[in-house]
Design a protein around this ligand. Structure first.
Ligand SMILES: *[C@@H]1O[C@H](CO)[C@@H](O)[C@H](O)[C@H]1NC(C)=O
Ligand SMILES: *[C@@H]1O[C@H](CO)[C@@H](O)[C@H](O)[C@H]1NC(C)=O
Ligand SMILES: *[C@@H]1O[C@H](CO)[C@@H](O)[C@H](O)[C@H]1NC(C)=O
Ligand SMILES: *[C@@H]1O[C@H](CO)[C@@H](O)[C@H](O)[C@H]1NC(C)=O
Ligand SMILES: *[C@@H]1O[C@H](CO)[C@@H](O)[C@H](O)[C@H]1NC(C)=O
Ligand SMILES: *[C@@H]1O[C@H](CO)[C@@H](O)[C@H](O)[C@H]1NC(C)=O
Ligand SMILES: *[C@@H]1O[C@H](CO)[C@@H](O)[C@H](O)[C@H]1NC(C)=O
Length: 841
């Protein structure tokens, strides 16, 4: 039970840890709250696969054959994409031998993590074979696998040039027309490189006199078929996304000046590149790179990238996840940006940067650019001028390429800003798919995996990003390592340390009413007026009849009578002076509770003994005038839906103890009763202090391990009961008497409440407090750096944020005692209500 008091404790502490809003705080409106929260226990329709191996991090989906191929640590699997858990999988055990492992260990590598065969490459080679490479205990090996038989061949290929030695190293690899395009740092000490092997013209990046890549960590690569439908006979290109050490610091348009500063980049090469003849022999002649900007200076560490419509180059676009660049590991925040291919092409045809020996700085190159333009692919016009391949390019051009790999203009995100900035979340992977709605428009649907085992499903709108739901897919707080979408199977596959998961892309039946279906804004879901259900648009024959409103999320249901059956009227009968809780659970994190008395009067928090939380209405010290019909509505995005209605009757108290029922009870309290109050408060205060220190100690001990479990639902009643009246601790809304007087409850703890904390429902509330800012390091010197992220985890589902009361006095134990007593009081009433439904107290 004490564990549940966590949020309060933190509230005591946080009040002193977070000063006012930071001027550098990015725009709040970008911090979207997931509309629904689906914890692990409530997952439905999932399928699992787990073999003997670990680290299921390489996934290859073959839609045509309906197989999901998986590369793990020491094994490869071929799963039935329709149901990965149906037991029909094929398996290849491919471990490093014990001798290899001990040799690896002797080289000083970790035999618990590094001295295994981590599969890194798993790609289709030709019609009959797959190609795979593994780190193989720091001695990489590759092999062509017969896809049908799914067995290892008798002979292996040397993997030194194709696969990293270190499994933790950033790596990306593709097989294009039989050639293997890989980017990583290959051997232990070698510098990073983009290579093409298994090809008549093997190529690398240049290392002298200038490194084209500096300490690069690769994240993603993709082939964009720019030759298709190209009027100028353009070539296909491979794009690479990575972070690297910035060498151009302190010059030109770049203002950062820390020398070890790392920046995100996009680079590209032409598929038809054959290298130079004398200059740039066996090197790319088409390598160009540019800086990738999302939200600087805070968000510069690129974590994951996905591409959409890479086949149709004019519409190709990329979504990238960045995390906060800070040395404070406990502070987590992510940003999502979108980049359009046409914009990338513009940057790569723009001005170059140049290293100026005189000033020893990088600056924009304003001199003449030789012809044909350096770094361009061979197009029709070049061919007509006799440049049949990159080997025909003039030395002047290749010399220029050698020294000018970097473009002057950075690549800015579409709309010039991030689509999303999310605090307390570290995205580790993302994938997306365009979804065409019955109404015509196509929306990009993204799935974002977090470092602690959750997936955010988000739709990209004209106005930004809407997170439809957050789903806990891994029981343990482990990172989502890979994500693959199959539109054919309507499935999302998740690779993680302990196995592979298959989830449906949508579960529209979760939305019970037309309004709920519309508010969700899931492009896969629409309300079918003929069957009165929220259905997968793809499964319906007459799609035009479906009601959807993705862009605004509130229109279309007016005419329909599908608001669902009205909730039953429940009766509550209490004695005068008692407190009563009327439960009302808000299913959506974006909804605001609205209570009406007798159908008209809106009740607000703090008014005449009413306390409104996201889980119900608490009426304290009931009086006869509190009697009446109470209805609870969810207000979301301009729509109002009835969730619960109660008929409350307050009966006169039993005659015996109340002959002279005081009209103003506090005025008549005997002095010894007051003394009792003070003593009780003092005792609670002391208890708070003891608890605070002991819990803080415990928190420090096991903070990280328990995060996943403690997150989100905090039920005092029976947790997770569907449609039940589970009461969430963190939703109690305490008042600071200094701001809003609680009327007849005014005596309470008297002047001791002066420094009370307020716990208020955060995002979605009308006047929300600032979120924990992406903190400038200056704020973090008091040793409490871990608190903001823990705080969020405590309060997960309703995004409760804490705010210090206006008087700015640091919270003392008294405020905690006050909240504590409120919680206990509420708890008492919750239990009463559960037992005494439809009856009197
Ligand atoms: C493999 O999984 C373990 C957890 O089981 C994790 O600690 C480790 O980082 C993973 N290794 C790689 C290379 O992904
Ligand atoms: C790793 O090496 C240590 C020390 O040589 C040895 O005791 C241990 O059994 C090895 N573990 C594995 C998994 O090989
Ligand atoms: C595919 O590649 C493998 C390995 O190089 C080779 O043995 C096989 O003959 C190729 N198959 C086809 C159809 O080209
Ligand atoms: C380019 O190809 C054309 C036609 O195939 C040929 O006539 C021409 O000589 C080639 N040019 C060079 C420089 O190889
Ligand atoms: C599909 O629904 C629309 C709108 O309700 C209706 O006009 C149309 O006739 C329906 N088409 C079919 C084939 O049922
Ligand atoms: C409360 O609701 C009941 C049942 O709907 C109704 O009979 C009664 O008149 C209502 N009372 C008020 C004050 O609206
Ligand atoms: C609501 O209706 C009840 C029953 O008719 C009545 O006793 C009560 O005074 C009404 N309350 C308000 C605030 O109108």
């Amino acid at each position: 039970m004490w564990g549940r008091l966590w949020p309060l404790l933190l509230s005591c502490l946080i009040a002193t840890a977070i000063p006012g809003p930071s001027p550098r705080r990015p725009s709040r409106e970008l911090d979207a709250t997931p509309r629904m929260t689906i914890p692990y226990e409530e997952l439905s329709g999932t399928r699992h696969f787990k073999g003997q191996a670990q680290n299921y991090s390489t996934l290859l989906l073959e839609e045509a054959s309906g197989r999901l191929l998986v590369g793990a640590r020491g094994a490869l699997f071929s799963l039935n994409a329709q149901d990965i858990g149906d037991g029909t999988h094929k398996e290849i055990l491919w471990e490093a031998s014990p001798e290899m492992q001990s040799r690896c260990h002797q080289k000083g590598k970790n035999n618990q993590t590094e001295c295994f065969n981590h599969v890194r490459v798993l790609q289709r080679l030709n019609a009959t074979h797959l190609y795979t490479c593994g780190t193989h205990a720091f001695q990489p090996l590759c092999a062509a696998i017969d896809a049908q038989a799914f067995t290892l061949p008798a002979t292996f290929e040397e993997g030194r040039e194709k696969c990293p030695y270190d499994p933790a190293r950033g790596f990306t690899g593709l097989i294009i027309d039989g050639g293997l395009y890989t980017a990583t740092r290959y051997e232990f000490r070698s510098i990073p490189d983009i290579r093409r092997s298994r090809h008549p013209h093997s190529l690398k990046t240049e290392e002298a006199p200038m490194h084209w890549l500096n300490d690069a960590e690769f994240v993603f690569s993709v082939l964009v078929r720019e030759s298709e439908a190209s009027a100028v006979g353009d070539d296909d290109k491979v794009y690479y996304f990575f972070t690297e050490r910035a060498t151009e610091e302190g010059s030109g348009s770049f203002t950062q000046s820390r020398s070890s500063h790392r920046v995100a980049r996009v680079a590209r090469v032409c598929k038809g590149d054959m290298g130079g003849k004398k200059i740039l022999q066996k090197k790319w002649t088409s390598f160009l790179k540019a800086r990738l900007i999302c939200h600087i200076p805070q968000y510069e560490t690129l974590r994951a990238v996905c591409s959409l419509d890479a086949a149709a180059s004019t519409r190709s676009r990329f979504y990238a996840a960045f995390t906060l660049t800070t040395q404070w590991k406990t502070l987590e925040a992510s940003a999502i940006c979108r980049y359009d291919l046409t914009e990338i092409q513009t940057v790569f045809t723009g001005p170059f940067m140049e290293y100026q020996d005189g000033t020893r700085r990088w600056g924009r190159y304003d001199g003449g650019v030789p012809e044909p333009r350096p770094g361009s692919c061979i197009t029709n016009s070049l061919r007509s001028r006799g440049y049949n391949s990159s080997r025909d390019l003039p030395s002047l051009v290749l010399d220029f390429v050698k020294l000018h790999p970097l473009m002057a203009r950075p690549l800015v995100p579409a709309r010039g800003r991030p689509l999303l900035l999310k605090h307390s979340v570290r995205y580790t992977h993302l994938t997306g798919t365009p979804v065409t709605t019955p109404g015509g428009p196509t929306y990009d649907l993204l799935f974002l995996g977090t470092a602690d085992g959750w997936i955010h499903k988000a739709v990209v709108l004209g106005s930004g990003m809407h997170i439809i739901e957050e789903t806990q897919v891994l029981r343990e707080a482990q990172p989502v390592e890979n994500l693959v979408i199959s539109p054919t199977q309507h499935s999302l596959y998740v690779g993680a340390a302990n196995g592979v998961l298959q989830l449906p892309l949508s579960t529209c039946s979760r939305y019970r009413s037309c309004y709920d279906c519309i508010l969700a804004r899931d492009p896969y879901c629409g309300w079918d007026p003929s069957t009165h259900g929220c259905v997968e648009a793809t499964t319906i024959a007459n799609r035009t009849a479906l009601i959807q409103d993705i862009e605004r999320g509130n229109r279309g249901c007016e005419g329909s009578r599908d608001a669902g059956p009205p909730p039953p009227l429940r009766t509550r009968s209490v004695l005068r002076g008692d407190d009563v809780l009327l439960p009302c659970d808000q299913p959506s994190n974006l909804a605001r509770a609205l209570w009406l008395l007798n159908g008209t009067r809106g009740l607000s928090d703090g008014q005449a003994g009413y306390r409104v939380g996201v889980d119900g209405l608490l009426v304290t010290d009931t009086q006869p005038e509190h009697s009446g019909n109470y209805s609870c509505y969810a207000e979301e995005n301009g729509l109002r839906t009835l969730l619960a209605s109660y008929s409350l009757m307050v009966r006169p108290a039993t005659p015996a103890p109340a002959p002279q029922a005081p009209s103003t009870p506090e005025a008549q309290l005997a002095p010894d009763v007051r003394l009792l109050y003070v003593l009780a408060i003092a005792a609670l205060g002391g208890l708070c202090l003891v608890l605070a220190s002991s819990l803080l100690y415990v928190a420090c001990l096991r903070g990280g391990q328990q995060r996943g479990r403690r997150r989100r639902k905090y039920s005092l009643g029976r947790a997770g009961r569907p449609g039940g009246s589970a009461v969430q601790l963190q939703t109690v809304s305490g008042q600071c008497p200094g701001e809003e007087d609680e009327g007849d409850d005014g005596e309470g703890a008297g002047g001791l409440e002066g420094s009370c904390l307020q716990i208020i429902p955060g995002e979605g509330a009308p006047a929300p407090p600032p979120p924990p800012p992406p903190p400038p390091p200056a704020e973090l010197t008091n040793g409490l750096v871990a608190l903001p992220s823990r705080l969020r985890r405590m309060n997960g589902s309703s995004y409760v944020l804490l705010r210090q009361s206006d008087n700015g006095v640091p919270a003392g134990p008294c405020s905690f005692a006050e909240e504590l007593s409120r919680i206990l009081e509420k708890r008492k009433h919750t239990q009463l209500v559960e037992q005494l439904d439809e009856s009197s107290v």
